[in-house]
Design a protein around this ligand. Structure first.
Ligand code: URA
Length: 423
């Protein structure tokens, strides 16, 4: 097999054969195909796309570059969730213990990634003592004893994706639906869960800005999950405004704990329950109502055990910022715009997110807000609290927020759940 033939075929719009795909992914992963040839192939895929079958083989080859985990020894159903990410999206934190409290084990392997706020692991690391690294034996033991693990993915989880994603990042080939879908799904399928629920966000603060692109990505990923024998459902959900009342790291943990205590913002509770119901149904437990486990404290018990199992102290105070700057409502009326992208950039400038993989994030940085879209505000009421360890960051965060808040404008917020997509 020759890489140039594979590149030419894709460049000229042909469908790659399964043999070509398996060979090129395998040879790239073990260093026989160099970056420059893989870059050319990725660009050809970017322009010419991939047919359904071709993409399923491509994804399977990425999975086969590492190990697909076998969770059958747990003796109970398993389900996982993936979100394409958004501002204030802390849903994994209450969701994993909630679903575990309903009898379905949740194996959540996460990466850190780049974003406006930290990833799930960064958020959890704001809990004193909590460790993201869990070795294989402890991982299975925690899944068995507690029912939920959220931890760092090891190097055996779709290693081809690690290489391909880094190459896409520097070759302008990230924004390709087949490449995004295969990247996400190779990691999620390799986790070994029986069922998977995808939360595909759309709106200014989402990776997929347009609802049509979000739907296409959702359909593509559902198809890949089902082709690999994983029951997969996607919800396309709103990210034109941020979720809940907090974006950052420690502030999102605090809000998740409120939800687990039976309170918390209505949109976070609604989406957590919607995703929990999908996970339970996919795992064959639609007879269980997750709202009961939130109400009666079972989900909170699992959360406390899940945090403690990874060295965290669920009772320890969370880091607090050195500086807080309040932004007031510009007018009285209905809050019609709280732009997710602007809040995300502001939170990032306050120190909550990172620009490069190796950068640290600030646990205490972020933004909290007192009213959500659709609620009444009075002129001059404290609306946003900008939290940071470094006051010098505040002016740039305020610049990002210019035009982000609208009262009585004609913005039409998206419904929280736009669509449910199944195979
Ligand atoms: N997240 C991933 O894991 N992969 C992509 O390609 C894009 C987002």
């Amino acid at each position: 097999m020759d890489a140039i033939d594979v590149i030419r075929a894709k460049r000229d719009g042909a469908q790659l054969t399964p043999e070509q795909i398996r060979w090129v992914i395998g040879a790239y992963t073990d260093g026989r195909v160099p970056d420059e040839q893989m870059s050319a192939l990725l660009m050809a895929v970017f322009f010419n796309g991939m047919a359904g079958e071709e993409l399923a083989v491509w994804t399977q080859a990425m999975i086969d570059s590492g190990e697909r985990k076998d969770l059958s020894s747990l003796g109970r159903p398993t389900a996982d969730k993936h979100s394409t990410g958004g501002v204030g999206d802390k849903i994994t934190l209450p969701l994993a213990p909630l679903v575990a409290a309903c009898g379905v084990a949740v194996p959540q392997l996460s990466g850190r990634g780049l974003g406006h706020t930290g990833g799930t692991l960064d958020k959890l690391e704001s809990i004193p003592g909590w460790r993201a690294d869990v070795h294989e034996g402890a991982y299975l033991a925690q899944l068995r004893d507690v029912g939920a693990v959220i931890c760092a993915a090891g190097s055996d989880l779709a290693p081809a994706d690690k290489l391909l994603y880094a190459l896409r990042d520097v070759t302008g080939t990230v924004e390709s639906i087949p490449l995004i879908a295969s990247s996400i799904m190779s990691k999620k399928i390799a986790e070994g869960a029986d069922a998977l629920v995808l939360d595909v966000k759309t709106g200014s603060g989402a990776f997929m800005k347009s609802a049509d692109d979000a739907r296409t990505l959702a359909r593509t990923m559902v198809g890949l999950g089902e082709a690999a024998g994983v029951r997969t459902v996607a919800l396309v959900t709103a990210m034109d405004r941020p979720l809940g009342r907090a974006a950052g790291n420690a502030v999102e943990v605090a809000e998740s704990v409120e939800v687990l205590a039976g309170g918390g913002p209505a949109d976070v509770v609604e989406l957590t329950l919607a995703l929990a119901r999908e996970m339970l149904a996919g795992a064959g437990r639609s007879d269980v109502d997750p709202a009961d486990a939130l109400r009666d404290g079972r989900a909170m018990d699992v959360w406390r055990r899940m945090i403690a199992a990874q060295g965290g102290d669920p009772d320890a105070p969370l880091p607090r910022p050195a500086e807080t700057h309040v932004v007031t409502a510009p007018a009285g009326g209905t809050l019609t715009r709280l732009d997710a992208y602007a809040l995300g950039v502001a939170a990032w400038r306050l120190g909550a997110g990172r620009a490069r993989k190796e950068d640290p994030v600030s646990a205490a940085a972020g933004i909290t807000w007192t009213a959500g879209v659709g609620e009444r505000v009075t002129a001059g009421q404290p609306l946003l609290a900008l939290r940071t360890d470094d006051a010098a960051r505040i002016p740039r965060a305020l610049e990002a927020l210019e035009g982000a808040i609208g009262v009585d404008t004609d913005d039409r917020p998206l419904p929280l759940v736009l669509e449910r997509i199944t195979a």
